[in-house]
Design a protein around this ligand. Structure first.
Ligand SMILES: [Zn+2]
Ligand SMILES: [Zn+2]
Length: 552
């Protein structure tokens, strides 16, 4: 039988987030596998009590004896966030460039795992042998340090897996996009390019960190009082820009928020951010006059516990704001976060602060390729086939149309779990399905999306809870009144609701012989139905109801 080259996304295709991709090469049933990226998605309010979601790795866990390792393109959470959750099931080598490696080691430390023996640090623009694969890391530009595209060489042909990227002519920090190497790779021939679709609806070019710096410099020069800047901590170029602007405007800078400090340290450790002023402690900054300080803080998406929200609510211990100060949101308003963010903006302007965001000034550029960036990459790589990933379905279909417009010979539309045969065959196509799904991090345990705890909490959060305990004495009659506990119902402890419910229960109980053991389950079920019905009638709510029969 012939060797095959396969691609299978387990996450990130049909959604923006939780990227996880598999590649395989070899004869059927003898294939060797690699994982590229292993990320999370942040849950929204529709799943109460859940913060993180990641791809169900079951399919590759079953093949772990044939797994050569995990290769990481860059350190954004949607590419590395699930690694400490999934790795214990795989126990394989991890390959990453220095900055990504530092952040990963920390993730495992939080889980009390020393991962260092399993991490292989790969230098920028170097090649890794994972026979039968040869994987070359190519420096691209994005919104984090060390974004790498991967050329995956196999005896059947080469793949370019772009990871996240854009063409930034002036990224300020880290390497430039390695255009020369990308062109050479294109000349060698690329069987398929697996490519970022995030900004496929955006015309023109994605823009440059260099231009954002110029604009922020102008803005910060005209501001007179305190300046609070909030942005994604992982965007180290932006961080350096704020340091630069602080210095140029004669201000000190102070970092606020855990991830800001974490990324700052990791970047320094890897040799970045060397030529900047030293940040001062926010406690020290409190003693400075308002026109002498810039705070750079987390919480740019209005996260309830983020530094920015706490500052706006005057609950942050170290940062005080006053009328006349300015807040710069140097970040994207991520779709879905508008409500939270506008609430935060409102809070600030009501206090008399100036709010500057991408809505009214040029303070942000995206890290993903707009259509002109895509065109350029297509031009360099000239792929035989485009497989869009890193997008919702609408992005990926638009990306397919775009590729066709660009005369790319083949396109394949995938969703999570699709197995694409890139070789052999007339053309690459989906030929099989792998089991796929999502796991929710519930407390410290990962569960299926339709697991009991998830369903119950959704139910609890909208309907509330009622607990009924009925005491039966030795003669088989009711002892005292039932004990009622309710949570999340729109009634008070001493409301009529409670007395009415007691009466209903009393009436129901009297229709049963309480001494008859065989009837116990029947009684419990009947009371549950009666209570739910009564509650629905009186309050409009049908609570989760638990009934206990206690013999005393
Ligand atoms: Zn991403
Ligand atoms: Zn990214």
């Amino acid at each position: 039988m012939k060797e095959e080259l396969l691609f299978c996304p387990l996450g990130g295709s049909g959604e923006i987030g939780m990227n996880m991709n598999l590649f395989a090469y070899g004869k059927p049933r003898e294939q060797k596998w690699i994982i590229v990226d292993i990320g999370v998605t942040f849950a929204d309010d529709t799943v109460p009590g859940i913060d993180l979601i990641y791809p169900d790795p079951g399919f590759i866990v079953d093949k772990k004896d044939d797994l050569l390792g995990i290769v990481l393109t860059h350190a954004h959470e949607d590419h590395i966030g699930a690694i400490a959750h999934i790795w214990p099931k795989l126990n394989c080598k991890i390959y990453a460039t220095p900055f990504t490696a530092v952040l990963i080691i920390e993730k495992f430390k939080e889980k009390k795992i020393d991962i260092t023996p399993f991490i292989n640090v790969v230098q920028l623009n170097s090649t890794l042998e994972l026979s039968p694969f040869k994987i070359e890391f190519i420096t691209l530009t994005h919104s984090i340090l060390e974004p790498n595209g991967l050329r995956i060489q196999t005896p059947a042909g080469n793949i370019l897996h772009t990871g996240d990227w854009k063409v930034d002519p002036n990224p300020l920090i880290g390497g430039d996009i390695n255009e020369k190497r990308l062109r050479e790779i294109g000349q060698d021939g690329v069987l398929a390019m697996i490519c970022d679709s995030t900004n496929v609806f955006s015309e023109g070019k994605s823009g440059s960190e260099g231009d954002v710096r110029k604009s922020l410099m102008n803005i910060m020069s005209r501001l007179k009082k305190r300046i609070i800047v909030t942005s994604f901590a992982s965007n180290v170029a932006r961080m350096e820009t704020i340091f630069h602007c602080a210095k140029q405007t004669g201000r000190n800078i102070s970092l606020v928020g855990r991830s800001m400090h974490r990324i700052f340290k990791a970047a320094r450790k890897c040799g970045y951010l060397k030529d900047i002023i030293d940040p001062i402690d926010p406690k020290e900054a409190k003693n400075l006059s308002r026109e002498k300080i810039v705070y750079l803080c987390t919480g740019s998406q209005g996260e309830p516990l983020g530094a920015m929200m706490r500052i706006a609510k005057f609950t942050h211990p170290d940062v005080l704001i006053e009328k006349g100060d300015a807040v710069i949101f140097s970040s994207k308003i991520i779709p879905g976060n508008e409500k939270k963010l506008y609430k935060l903006h409102n809070q600030l302007v009501k206090e008399g602060l100036e709010v500057i965001s991408e809505e009214n000034e040029f303070v942000h550029v995206s890290g993903h390729p707009n259509r002109e960036d895509l065109k350029e990459m297509y031009d360099w790589i000239k792929p035989n086939c485009i497989i869009p990933v890193h997008g919702e379905h609408r992005h990926m279909i638009e990306h397919i149309n775009f590729a066709k417009e660009m005369q790319v010979p083949e396109t394949v539309l995938v969703e999570n779990g699709d197995i694409v045969k890139l070789y052999p065959g007339k053309k690459p196509e989906v030929y099989d399905r792998a089991p796929s799904g999502k796991l929710f991090v519930d407390g410290s345990i990962s569960v299926d999306e339709d697991f009991k705890s998830i369903k119950e909490r959704k139910n609890l959060s909208s309907n509330g809870f009622l607990d009924v305990t009925i005491l039966i004495n030795s003669e088989g009659s009711l002892h005292d009144r039932p004990i009622l506990t309710f949570v999340g119902l729109p009634v008070l402890e001493n409301d009529e609701f409670k007395f009415g419910l007691e009466e209903e229960i009393d009436k129901t109980v009297k229709t049963f012989s309480l001494n008859n053991k065989k009837q116990e389950n029947n009684i419990i079920d009947t009371i549950r139905v009666v209570c739910k019905k009564y509650s629905k009638e009186k309050t409009g709510k049908k609570p989760i109801t638990n009934v206990n029969l206690v013999k005393i």
